[in-house]
Ligand binder design. Sequence first.
Ligand code: GLN
Length: 387
Amino acid sequence: MPETSTRLTAFSESVIRGMTRMANQHNAINLSQGFPDFGPPEELLLALERATRGNFHQYSVTWGSPRFRTALAAKISRFTGLALDPDEHLVVTCGSTEAMMVAMMTACNPGDKVIVFSPFYENYAADAILSGAQPIFVPLQPPDLGISMEALAKAFEQKPKAIIVCNPSNPTGKVFTREELLQILRLAEEHDAFVITDEPYEHIVYAGHEHIPFAALPGAFDRTITCNSLSKTYSITGWRLGYVQASGAVIRQARKVHDFLTVGAAAPLQEAAIAGLELPDSYYEGLRELYSRKRQVFLELLRETGLSYTEPQGAYYVMLDVSALGFENDTAAAEWLVKDAGVAGVPGSSFFREPSGQMVRFHFAKSEDVLCEAGGRLAEGIARRLG
Ligand code: GLN
């Protein structure tokens, strides 16, 4: 029996998706894999119905249907000020997950190094390895998750081909400041590296913070490969619609990677999602208010547990410090939370490269009733455990 690729020994299956399966098995409230328990805006549902009767059942253009790319470029320009050419600067992908893989394979040669901040979204290490690159990790500094510019400059001395920046960040909820982004840009310029960004939570940012699109920083466009998705903005994680945005030269190469990976994103869903891209600014204000309220409700519930937790500046994740519960490690704590408390989260160790204490990540993209039930179960279970 031949052996499978040794590349696959360097990473495990997704812990996030594994926790969803465990939650389902034990009938727990699933606050592990981050997706909303509510549907998209009515405009998208109506457009989806129309799309089913239209002529959208065969392949669209490989790099995205022209109508979708035109609407996407207009929406991006509206929020970033970038004048994008839909034919030059965009490839539509199956979610930001494919976009990241396309970006990595477009940017990297086998053996290249890629800087990843830790904690990080678990796909990045796997993406790097699958594209033949080697991740180098730069820990963010607790408690406020600042960047050690010394550590970052040192990492750049290893001549990386790219740095990955997830902003707003999963799992920490960090929203990078303009100053931080400019410092990253300066180092990327100095060492001639790409900046690959992952920005699906761009519209989920809380009071006092602002999402700054990296590509729109002065002089950044040509070295930035922006990966993004419609999943979180329009509550359509199952539609698998994302995109890569970059300079014409990069996009010409990225199109080839995307073409041979997936051919294209689902044509009827691209057509229907145009209705989302055309929603007015008030929609995005409403989305921010909705998540601000959920954040407030969930943080108040977590306070009842007596444990400490992170307060996100953006995105919809919280890391709860479960070290007081007396488990051997955070995986054991997360398993106990599913089975005994009835709430699923993701062990923090799957996001960190350095020792991280014991954290469990929960998301709050749920209806308030579900959040209240989850908060009650957590408080009750944790009190029992500490009892
Ligand atoms: N981004 C979400 C999370 O971190 C879900 C990602 C996924 O499973 N594709 O939980």
